[in-house]
Design a protein around this ligand. Structure first.
Ligand code: T3D
Length: 263
């Protein structure tokens, strides 16, 4: 599939996917949804790819839904936003959260509306110091979607989640890191390099183990301690049978660097 709204490149085990509608701050239209879906599926199937790096071209990361596609005529029918969430945004968040590869997000500029939710659905989020996270939904009468109302209170607590969601004020990259919304904030001119280095590092690590870590952390949001202990037992049993675990132990005992294969 030839893409026109995203750029995709694969190098050193990393599939880099860049949202590429810079004149609209990389906001989503139907085509970008379809192309991103396709690119993620290809990255997940490609055995050479062991990490995905998601970022944006231009001065923004993603401004959520392209509102140009939501203009209504006075007296005309209202759009069914539930249907577009069901068709596009919800499947995207589910794909990100169940990916067989770790996903790094490099937030190069503003991440607004669903753009913020998509960034926060990735495993490790790096943001440029000049980046902004904006829960823009309240300014147009909506609520944070694409998992926003689920992830925000879990990351920053209900009080801060309510402030962000009800006021729609911009949170800087630095503040986002201080509040625990993201992994790290870096200087603008270091973002691409640091994100790539992080993604390339993850691409050399035990992929199955990394994905199991995500699964367990996500499950902890709703599990009791007993259920979580059971899940850890089951996942650890599976991980103990991977080639990467055997390699990790062998390398440790031989005092050499492990050569993980991602299986
Ligand atoms: O609809 C459904 O399917 C349901 C799902 C909804 C999910 C959602 O994401 S709803 C929320 C949609 N997004 C927003 O409400 C954000 C709207 N944008 C903004 O609030 C601001 O643009 C930003 C805070 C993101 C950035 O502000 P600023 O001052 O840095 O940039 P700007 O000048 O506002 O925008 C630059 C250009 O991008 C501008 O175009 P122009 O005037 O230069 O031709 C602006 O119109 C365009 N743009 C920015 N965001 C969007 C957009 N165009 C279409 N849709 C956008 N979301």
């Amino acid at each position: 599939m030839a893409y026109s709204t995203i750029d995709v490149g694969v190098a050193a085990g990393v599939a880099t996917i860049a949202l590429n509608r810079p004149e609209k701050l990389n906001s989503f239209n139907e085509q970008m949804h379809a192309e991103l879906r396709d690119a993620l599926a290809a990255a997940h199937q490609d055995t050479q790819v062991r990490c995905v790096l998601l970022t944006g071209r231009g001065r923004g990361f993603c401004a959520g839904q392209d509102l140009g596609d939501r203009a209504t005529k006075p007296g005309g029918p209202a759009p069914d936003l539930g249907a577009t969430l069901e068709r596009n945004y919800n499947p995207l968040i589910r794909v990100l959260r169940s990916s067989p590869k770790p996903i790094v997000c490099a937030v190069n500029g503003v991440a607004a509306g669903a753009g913020a939710s998509i960034a926060l659905a990735c495993d490790l989020v790096l943001a440029a110091r000049s980046a902004k996270f904006v829960q823009a939904f309240c300014k147009i009468g909506l609520l944070p979607d694409s998992g926003g109302t689920w992830i925000l209170p879990r990351l920053v607590g209900t009080a801060r989640a309510a402030g962000l969601a009800m006021l729609g004020d911009a949170l800087s990259g630095e503040q986002a890191a201080e509040w625990g919304l993201i992994w790290k904030c870096v200087d603008d001119d270091r973002l691409a390099e640091e994100a790539e280095a992080l993604a390339r590092h993850l691409a050399t690590q035990p992929t199955v183990g990394l994905v199991a870590i995500r699964r367990a952390l996500l499950a902890s949001a709703t599990n009791t301690l007993d259920a979580q202990l059971d899940l850890e037992r089951d996942l650890q049993r599976e991980l103990g049978r991977t080639d990467d675990y055997a390699e990790g132990v062998a390398a440790f005992l031989a005092k050499r660097t492990p050569a993980f294969k991602g299986r």
